[in-house]
Design a protein. Structure first.
Length: 449
């Protein structure tokens, strides 16, 4: 396959510091990296060849013009434009389109990032969709029961990272959950809540709760054809004291434990979504898409919940490398640069190398981190990241939606991988001092990816 050496890739936003390992892989391949951002970040010193500083609060087309001007004035010819940060996708696509480079259609991205528009988009294009209702204010709640039944799921229209997403069983629970979200956002305008930026009162969505399994379906698409597609289980536990999904998501497993029939159904839906994306964009899609779906084995029903128009988080990347030997972060960069995936048009792996599972490390209370330790000598240990240092204050929902980090383990099969993870967690430790709390929280607090 074609080499990356000497290619110039413009990245929109740096993303979290957990992406540095990926950027170092790209640099080792000989890629020149430039970052479009609102300011430089010392954490990325030596990672980027240079920064293009723009006002990230601008309209994306105005910001695009600023970046084009900087490229021209510095004599830099970009071979590709990409982002690993959800908030940078629209701008990255606008820049790539202006330069005639590979990238997704901006209007398609807008439809995907707005949960309400995405459900409308699915309905209009013959894709499965969930019944839903928009809540712009408290008065809208009264009409919800005419559009769907409870239990249901409450979430922000434009939110990320499961912020404020929770199950609501009655109209009364919906009212109290909405009021709680509004109160929290009024007090805690954190960087992690950038999705609410510019909105005096953010809009929320309530949608039917699909019974069954929640999964991620990751696909590498070249010229409208899926060359690599996998199904990954999302695991949750019941925590009645913390009903928010952000606190009950325990981790992921790749490959999925679902039946071959179920996985075929989900991958077929992914293909339908790619076909629709290519049709509505008026050109074949070439991208890595991270989609979230539900599958109900009782009815053999598969329903898309979200399309993320970029690679999943760094733990998602680690799972793919471990289980399948495929670096989806690297492959996304290749596609943005107009190159085939490194495994070629027919060389995607057919069988997994092992089973890989991740575990999210949740704080059990709000407070300052006093101690954290991961046993890296445990059998099956692969990698871990801890987002914060001791002394940092973290918050549980609804005050905040932070995790302490994540860890990945592997095994020859699902049973061994789980046993290895359980043994690792039993020898690891993290403690929170719940007495050290500032109710408003640090303004810089953010959920890492």
């Amino acid at each position: 396959m074609h080499s990356l050496n000497g290619k110039t890739l413009v990245l929109v936003r740096s993303g979290s510091s957990s992406r540095i390992a990926l950027y170092q892989v790209l640099k080792a391949e000989g890629v020149r990296l430039y970052c479009v951002a609102g300011s430089t970040d010392a954490a990325f010193e030596g990672v980027f060849d240079d920064w293009f500083l723009v006002d990230m609060g601008k309209d994306i087309y105005e910001a695009k013009d600023d970046v084009l001007g900087m490229l021209a004035s510095r004599g830099i010819k970009a071979d590709g434009v990409y982002t690993y940060d959800d908030f940078g996708v629209q701008l990255a696509c606008a820049i790539s389109a202006a330069l005639g480079l590979h990238g997704l259609d901006v209007d398609f991205v807008k439809n995907c990032q707005d949960k309400y528009l995405f459900r409308t988009f699915c309905e209009e294009n013959g894709l499965p969709f969930v019944r839903h209702a928009l809540i712009a204010n408290a008065e809208d709640i009264g009409s919800v029961e005419t559009k769907l039944s409870f239990p249901a799921v409450f979430k922000p229209r434009n939110g990320v990272g499961n912020h404020f997403a929770r199950r609501v069983n009655t109209i009364e629970e919906l009212r109290s959950t909405y009021d709680e979200a509004i109160r929290t956002l009024e007090v805690r305008r954190l960087r992690a809540y950038e999705w609410a930026k510019g909105e005096e009162r953010p809009t929320f969505l309530v949608e039917e709760l699909i019974q069954g399994h929640e999964v991620d379906v990751d696909v590498i698409v070249y010229e409208g054809k899926i060359l690599y597609g996998t199904v990954m289980d999302n695991d949750f536990i019941e925590r009645p004291e913390l009903p928010y999904f952000a606190s009950t998501a325990t981790g992921d497993e790749l490959p999925s434990r679902l039946s071959d029939q179920a996985k075929a159904k989900l991958l077929a839906l992914a293909k339908d979504m790619v076909d629709v994306a290519s049709k509505t964009s008026n050109r074949p899609v070439s991208a890595v898409l991270h989609t979230e779906m539900f599958y109900d084995s009782a009815t053999d029903r598969a329903v898309p919940i979200e399309i993320n128009c970029r690679v999943g988080s760094e733990v998602n990347r680690c799972l793919h490398i471990t289980a399948w030997g495929v670096d989806i972060g690297l492959e996304a960069a290749r596609l943005a640069l107009g190159l085939l995936p490194s495994f070629g048009p027919h060389g995607a792996p057919k069988d997994p190398l092992c089973t890989a599972i991740s575990e999210k490390i949740h704080p059990d209370r709000s407070g300052a981190i006093t101690h954290q330790h991961i046993d890296t000598t445990a059998k099956g240990y692969v990698e871990h990241i801890l987002f914060y240092k001791p002394g940092y204050t973290v918050y549980v929902p609804p005050m905040g939606f932070q995790t302490l980090g994540w860890v990945v383990c592997k095994g020859v099969d699902s049973s061994e991988a789980r046993a290895n993870m359980d043994a690792l967690l039993a020898c690891s430790k993290w403690t929170i001092d719940g007495t050290v709390i500032d109710e408003k929280g640090p303004e810089g607090a953010a959920t890492a990816a």
